[in-house]
Design a protein around this ligand. Structure first.
Ligand SMILES: [Zn+2]
Length: 66
């Protein structure tokens, strides 16, 4: 499980995190499936609300100890 600590959105796993693309001009957008990726953009998985992966935190799935 992965959580965005900025907005609190939770992703089931890494594959559940949408792909974002950051262009050279600093613009970050959701990568649209089926569209060609133009060169010059860097794709990464990140929170679609915050448009960054800076707040994504891995969370342990089985935390039964408390
Ligand atoms: Zn977020």
């Amino acid at each position: 499980m992965v959580r965005c600590n900025n907005c609190g959105k939770i992703f089931a796993n890494e594959n559940d995190i949408p792909l974002l693309v950051e262009w050279k001009n600093g613009e970050t957008k959701l990568l649209e499936v089926g569209k060609f990726t133009k060169p010059g953009g860097e794709t990464f998985r990140g929170c679609p609300h915050c448009m960054t992966d800076a707040y994504l935190m891995d969370m342990e799935e089985s935390k039964n100890e408390s």
